[in-house]
Design a protein around this ligand. Structure first.
Ligand SMILES: Cc1cc2nc3c(=O)[nH]c(=O)nc-3n(C[C@H](O)[C@H](O)[C@H](O)COP(=O)(O)OP(=O)(O)OC[C@H]3O[C@@H](n4cnc5c(N)ncnc54)[C@H](O)[C@@H]3O)c2cc1C
Length: 415
């Protein structure tokens, strides 16, 4: 560690705050991370109980994310890969749709007849080729349209949009209109094409836990809620105050910093329900989709297809907003699942509502340049909400804020 260390505080032990702390540590700077919750991870949480791994919201790690190698030891996470495709349940039939170049169990001929056209198949190949040759930076410089308009303009049929793109990307964007920026669509499509959707064998929270393990044990202070930041003073919820020469706010800063509250964010929400089921699963890790727009169910998968020795448990994501109680929602979902897929769900194991899952952003960028993370003399901003709702953006923005702090301390000009 360097001598004459300034006080550096990070607010939030989500992926972004942890990336900032790791970046500082690598450059020889100590920081303290204040986290209001009892564990690391922020929006990346896993409930581990009775031998079950229940992620608090279904999310995947796209292993092609460029930011990962710097912060994660991917082999040590024992990543389980989803198959590059989906099972689509429609009108009493099941279609397995995916990329046959990457997995031989996907056959174009049979699947496209029910859910799309031959032209759609060609367009998927052409889009894959186009995005393979386009950098992520170039993707985020394109003019933005709604993803739905982008797909229509690209020439995809309404059939494939309805049967595949809508349910698949609704489950990623957490909104059913596909109004999310086409930049995000291109980015996610490219990441799926160049890598895999994965889950760590110990649940999604193994990601921030591995990051936290790179820091000193006492560096993260839990159950420490910050109330506000006034210049170089941090005021805690219990009234305590202390000095921080540099503070990185790795969460939306609107409620913490004076005069920023007008920047309060809107969020996409999601509900995830876990049920016991007699169904043995698909015998392979794959995501099931329900395209019927009258249904609340968006997607589902079986935990026993993913994790070893897991009881037969199905995870179901509901993206559409609803006003149902847990009991009403569970009954509705069980009925829909039986009618749409023939799968019988038994006892409800857990229901997680995540009201603030993904930030609703007008315009997306790939990552903040370090020079733009500085809010004032003492405060720097991080978090995915500055760029796009993804772990990749969270990591890059945490790193950018830390780089800006280091440059300030070392009196270097950022380029
Ligand atoms: C259901 C769901 C599905 C998702 N799917 C995907 C996916 O498939 N792929 C993907 O890449 N991304 C996905 N994401 C997004 C991804 O999880 C986020 O981009 C990422 O976790 C954001 O990290 P962050 O550190 O920026 O923010 P957060 O994880 O929100 O971390 C902020 C931290 O700050 C703490 N904090 C806030 N206020 C205070 C305060 N006043 N005092 C102290 N601490 C405070 C919070 O407790 C939290 O720990 C999904 C998210 C959800 C919820």
């Amino acid at each position: 560690m360097k001598d004459n260390q300034p006080n550096i505080t990070i607010i939030g032990a989500g992926a972004s705050g942890l990336a900032a702390a790791i970046t500082l540590k690598k450059s020889g700077y100590h920081c303290t991370v204040l986290e209001q919750a009892k564990s690391v991870g922020g929006r990346v949480q896993t409930l581990r109980e009775n031998g079950l791994l229940l992620d608090d919201g279904f999310q995947v790690l796209l292993d092609a994310y460029p930011a990962l190698p710097e912060f994660l030891d991917l082999p040590a996470l024992n990543l389980i890969k989803f198959l590059p495709g989906s099972m689509i349940f429609k009108d009493g039939k099941t279609y397995k749709l995916g990329d046959p170049r990457r997995n031989a169990s996907f056959f174009w001929k049979t699947i496209y007849t029910g859910v799309g056209s031959f032209k759609d198949k060609w367009l998927v190949f052409s889009l894959s080729r186009k995005l393979k040759n386009k950098s992520v930076e170039a993707i985020f410089q394109e003019p933005e349209t709604r993803t739905l308009d982008y797909l229509q303009d690209y020439g995809f049929s309404s059939k494939i949009i309805h049967n595949f793109f809508k349910p698949f990307y609704a489950g990623i964007f957490l909104e059913t209109e596909l109004s999310t920026s086409s930049r995000m669509f291109e980015f996610v499509f490219k990441m799926f094409n160049e890598g895999n959707a994965t889950l760590p064998a110990k649940g999604i929270q193994a990601i921030p836990e591995q990051m936290a393990s790179q820091l000193a044990a006492d560096q993260i202070k839990f159950e420490q809620k910050v109330d506000s930041i006034q210049g170089n003073t941090i005021i805690m919820e219990d009234g305590q105050q202390f000095k921080s020469d540099f503070t990185i706010v790795a969460t939306p800063a609107g409620s913490l910093v004076p005069n920023l509250s007008s920047q309060d964010l809107d969020w996409h929400q999601v509900t995830v329900l876990y049920f016991e089921t007699d169904h043995a699963g698909f015998n392979e890790p794959i995501i099931g989709l329900v395209p019927n727009e009258d249904c609340l169910i968006n997607n589902f998968h079986f935990l026993n297809d993913i994790f070893d020795n897991h009881r037969n448990v199905i995870s179901i994501s509901v993206v559409k907003p609803h006003n149902l109680s847990d009991q009403q929602l569970a009954e509705r979902v069980v009925k829909e699942l039986r009618e749409e897929t023939g799968i019988k769900a038994n006892e409800l194991v857990r229901c997680f509502h995540i009201p603030k899952a993904l930030p609703q952003l007008e315009s997306l960028n790939y990552a903040m340049p370090p020079s733009e993370t500085q809010l004032n003399q003492h405060v720097f901003l991080a978090g995915d909400q500055l760029s796009n709702g993804s772990l990749n953006a969270a990591l890059l923005n945490g790193k950018a804020a830390a780089q800006a702090v280091i440059a300030k301390i070392e009196d270097r000009v950022l380029v």
